[in-house]
Design a protein around this ligand. Sequence first.
Ligand code: SF4
Length: 386
Amino acid sequence: MLFLHEPSIPEFVYIHYPVCQHHCSYCDFNVRSRKSLAAEFSDSFTDKWLEAIEKHLQSLWRDSSKQSILRSLYLGGGTPSLLEPEQLRRLLDILSKFYDLSKLEEFSLEANPENLNLQKIQAYRDLKISRLSLGVQSWEPIELKRLERLATYSQMEKCIEDIRGYFENFNLDLMIGIPNQNIESLKRSLDKLLSYSPPHLSVYLLTIASEHIWFQSKTMKPLIPKDELAAEFYEIVSQRLGAASYEHYEVSNFAKSSYRSLHNSNYWNTRSSYLGLGPGAHSYFANPPTRCFNILDMKSWLESETGFAETEKLSEEQQAIEEMYLRLRTRKGLEFSDFDASLVGQLVDEGLLERQSSDTFSIAEQHWALLDAIAGRLLRGRLARK
Ligand code: SF4
């Protein structure tokens, strides 16, 4: 069992709200529809979720005597914008029993346009949320339909305008690899999003499990963009955003100067400890390097003492592999000397890797979409050397 003691209390906290208005058929996040949770927990799931967060914090803080500083709070999901301001206030009251919230540098909340209105946006701002991340995904009717998005165009437009009025810092999500997407439709969506001058854009590649119904359908399967087309989409996005002065600071993330996400940058760069609360979230404790995975099942998570399902101490090899992935995600670069020279040479010749200096290499930016495949080849080569 793990209990937190100062100074090991993480200053970064992620909280997973596992509720969505509708469970999109392709989504493999640990979420449930509001309706199905209401059927199982008689409309009180969010109350129970809040109680469980408090219980888990209490059990983790058991031996700790004072509040720790919270630098970053990230509310993700699921759809945290389904939380009413009053519920969010209760969550902050709970956190304030364990954390000093006065030094919060970033407070992010993921939102969908259909659950936001001006009043809620104002209330969120008053609760000191500093960064809203809005799931837009596309501006094309057929693509939005495929993604089972619920917002209308007028809701999306009004929502972004309202956010711009109250938040200096906000992110818009764009998706690539949607069935039927083509270069022209991608450019139209990208231009529309850029017309709002968002300080930050996240661009995700839609990955669909091979057992999904789309892969079984004779009409749908051919519409799913192949890897080469997805890579082309990715290159278009990188070039267009680079030309618009966005820094491509992580494989899926682009920021105007000084708008990098502090919370996510901690995952990728500094790797201070972070605490994950909520079903299916995970935590990382830097000293000693340990990862804790939370229980996935809603009922079991609500009932458990700490929320943790498993705790894993990371071996040196595991740490090295994680470090390799993170370095590839951020183009920090890897040392040639850690890898088989002929394998790296081959990947450079194929144009997948590029030399950064005489000692280091990274993935060529236009091939970042192939990160998993390239990392897999490097990893197999590394393991074969041992
Ligand atoms: S709204 Fe987002 S998180 Fe929720 S089911 Fe759909 S894709 Fe998944």
